[in-house]
Design a protein around this ligand. Structure first.
Ligand code: ADP
Ligand code: ZN
Ligand code: ZN
Length: 733
């Protein structure tokens, strides 16, 4: 037999599904990348044709026919479809879920690929009950009416999800006055020539970087743009993109978190007199679809987005940029665990375009890529005109008296900078008032009932929160053990705000963390107050480290560098060094010279000593050498099989079986370590454990996975746990 359609369906199974072609469809129309309505269990769902085969494993009698073809052209071009297949294979994730991740929700539900000129809605008269009801026997008509009632109109493709005869039913409903036909905007006009606003005159280093990137057009060329914060990396991206746009091509720009960097998007929008397609997770479905279509049709010459934008369709790709390439948000930490940074390299290679990874604190992976000759280093060692690099100083917390987490020399420095008219930024990576609630009399500490963790005190709301599972409780006044009065211990941003207000009562102060800027728009307003100089003191979490440009900040204080100094994870020190250098980079971005104070109880710790003496580069060289000796990535490849369940033994039993299977498959070159319980074993009521797979390169792992995962899926123990495989994990837990 011939023409078996292998279709990806959004379901948690690591396979494609075979169907016969729908009747009355021209076989030539069945090109890979088109969507079809297919029967799946008792439902009618959207699937994407991945390939046609001339043979199915299923007997002919079991092979169902697809219901209908949705698209008259593929939704994904062959290279993008290929990237999606490759990603499903590399990360060992169900292909249907991978493809679904690349489609805006309306397209997953069958909406038209192009903006269509026809839509139907339930008429006003029908909505307000002014029409005689439909005959109860007219099942199909009722179904269509209910479908339209539930949404704000639907197009032909969406109605196709109900049945193949939907046009008859809609026509009948129109006749009875139940349905109104709408015409909406016609397809977008062809793209006019893009004018760009005048940029700054590049410095010689910027010029060199721009020329290298622009000169590489037309072929794959990976670059690492390593420039200290404020060295003008964004200006380099903008110039390189100008050249791409001038050739009529598109640039794809990935950023860590758009909500945190409104300034960056504004700079791009100001530069290009053309619609930007902006893709991020908090868009409404229709906005997202509009941006996706603009990327696909090429009406948007610049596509800027977060992680999942790596799968944005592009009609004339010319360049990929990954800003802040070290940022951990490029790696999805659940479900389809891909790294958009790594896929940017894969995609650029397949497209044959240059790719620029930019950072002030490059990942060790990217630095090693440069050292081994697989990427070209472009350096911007200096800040742009007027600004100099801030000096780093350690404050030994063992030597100096402190008030609620601020040592005396720090207080004096803050005062000095405020008096000189500067702004001061204090960084503390703990939101809430205090990290624990403690009974001084019996030693009780408020625990999370569902995690191996302490509850954080949120004083203003008068509640205890678990930052791991979201559990909330009232703050008890007395110890449940001994009835003595309990008290919050340690520092969170909320308490730091209180302390600063007491120390500097007349200085306007702003706190920036997830709690303080929960409301939509609150972050932008707070950042504006800082930029306008209305705020002199700024305290906050990780949110402050992300690319903001605060021209008047002259002092940055890292209040507690010690969380992370002794982390168990192999990446803990890399992450800490990046955070310290990034937050330090907020100091002295314009004319004011910057100063950075790092409070620690371990001033002799090598990581801090390296950062102070030689900056990020000194740290990175030492850290790479350690990784090489310990055979950790980038000098090896690892993957983690994680499992969790309500009983402590269950995940360990499953992982033990998985390990036995891996050993019986005897894949040479793969080492299996564990199982071991997670450092925080219980989270949200589940016990967690993992198995670590280690190999010199990726291919032995890939060879093992092909035979191992199907066997694991069949294990009876697998049904008792939630398990997942994480390829190239960021953290071991
Ligand atoms: P980065 O992205 O490396 O942090 P930016 O591109 O944001 O750096 O530049 C930092 C500051 O320097 C910005 O205010 C920018 O306008 C300015 N700048 C960048 N390039 C130049 C230049 N060639 N001449 C003058 N100012 C520049
Ligand atoms: Zn007590
Ligand atoms: Zn919890």
């Amino acid at each position: 037999m011939s023409n078996v359609l292998a279709i990806a369906i959004d379901a948690p199974l690591r396979r494609l599904f075979d169907y016969r072609a729908p009747t009355q469809v021209d076989p030539d129309a069945l090109r890979p990348g088109v969507r079809l309505w297919v029967p799946f269990g008792r439902r009618r769902v959207v699937g994407v044709l991945v390939e046609t085969r001339d043979h199915s494993e299923l007997p002919d009698s079991k092979l169902k026919a697809a219901h209908a073809l949705i698209d008259d052209e593929p939704v994904f071009d062959p290279l993008l479809l290929d990237l999606l297949k490759w990603s499903a294979d590399y990360y060992r994730h169900p292909p249907g879920e991978v493809i679904a991740a690349a489609l805006p929700a309306p397209l997953r539900a069958g909406a038209a690929l192009h903006e269509t000129s026809e839509r139907w809605t339930l008429s006003a008269a029908a909505r307000t009950g002014q029409l005689p009801s439909l005959p109860a026997r007219a099942n199909r008509l009722l179904e269509v009416a209910d479908f339209l009632r539930a949404r704000d109109g639907a197009d032909a493709a969406e109605l196709g999800g109900i049945s193949n005869r939907w046009r008859d039913h809609v026509r009948e409903l129109e006749k009875r006055g139940w349905v109104t036909r709408l015409r909406v905007n016609d397809p977008p006009p062809p793209r006019a020539e893009v004018r760009t606003a005048q940029g700054l005159d590049p410095t010689p280093e910027q010029r060199h970087a721009i020329d290298a990137i622009v000169g590489a057009h037309g072929g794959f060329a990976p670059f690492l743009l390593h420039g200290v914060t404020g060295s003008g990396k964004t200006e380099v991206y903008l110039r390189a993109i100008e050249a791409v746009v001038a050739r009529g091509e598109q640039a794809l720009v990935l950023v860590p978190e758009i909500a945190l960097t409104p300034q960056l998007v504004a700079r791009f929008a100001a530069r290009f007199d053309a619609p930007l397609a902006v893709l991020h997770s908090s868009l409404a479905d229709q906005e997202r679809l509009r941006a996706w279509r603009a990327a696909r049709s090429g009406t948007a010459p610049v596509v800027i987005g977060t992680r999942s934008a790596i799968f944005a369709p592009l009609s004339r790709p010319g360049l990929i940029v990954v800003d802040e390439e070290h940022d951990s948000s490029y790696k999805q930490q659940e479900g389809f665990r891909y790294s958009a940074r790594d896929l940017a390299l894969v995609r650029a290679q397949r497209l044959g375009v240059p790719v620029v990874l930019g950072s002030a604190t490059p990942s060790l992976e990217s630095l090693e890529r440069v050292r081994s000759g697989k990427a070209t280093l472009l350096e911007l060692p200096n800040r742009t005109a007027g600004a100099s690099q801030p000096a780093l100083h350690l404050i030994d917390l063992r030597k100096h008296a402190e008030t609620q987490g601020i040592a005396t020399p720090t207080v004096l420095a803050v005062k000095r900078h405020l008096d000189a008219g500067g702004q001061v930024l204090l960084y503390l990576n703990r939101r809430g008032y205090a990290p624990s609630l403690f009974c001084p009399s019996c030693g009780w500490v408020a625990p999370c009932p569902r995690c191996d963790a302490r509850l954080t005190v949120h004083q203003r709301e008068h509640r205890l929160h678990c930052h791991h599972c979201g559990t909330e409780q009232r703050v008890p006044e007395h110890c449940p053990n001994c009835s003595e009065v309990v008290k919050p211990v340690g520092q969170g941003t909320e308490r730091m705000e209180e302390t600063l207000a007491r120390l500097f009562p007349d200085v306007p102060l702003e706190r920036i963390d997830r709690d303080a800027v929960r409301r939509r728009g609150a972050l932008e307003e707070a950042l504006d107050r800082v930029t306008r100089g209305e705020v002199r003191l700024l305290v906050g979490t990780q949110m402050l480290t992300k690319g903001h440009h605060f021209p008047d900040v002259s002092l940055v204080v890292v209040l507690n560098a010690d969380q992370g100094l002794f982390g168990t994870d192999f990446r803990a020190s890399e992450r800490l060094a990046q955070t310290i250098v990034q937050v330090a980079g907020r100091a002295g971005r314009a004319e004011r010279p910057g100063e950075v104070l790092i409070q620690t109880e371990y001033p002799e710790h090598p990581l801090l000593a390296q950062l102070v003496a030689g900056g990020y580069d000194a740290f990175a060289s030492a850290a790479l050498e350690e990784r090489r000796q310990a055979r950790w990535p980038p000098f090896a490849r690892v993957a983690v099989l994680r499992a969790e369940a309500a009983r402590r033994e269950t995940p360990l039993e499953f992982l033990e079986r998985a390990r036995e299977i891996a050993e019986s498959l005897a894949t040479s070159g793969v080492e299996v370590l564990g199982p071991a319980a997670a450092p925080m074993e219980r989270r949200a009521g589940h016990y967690r454990a993992q198995l670590l797979l280690h190999a010199a390169t990726h291919s032995p792992l890939q060879r093992l996975f092909s035979r191992w995962l199907p066997a694991i899926e069949e294990l009876p123990e697998a049904r008792k746990v939630r398990w997942s495989l994480d390829v190239d994990p960021l953290e071991l837990f």
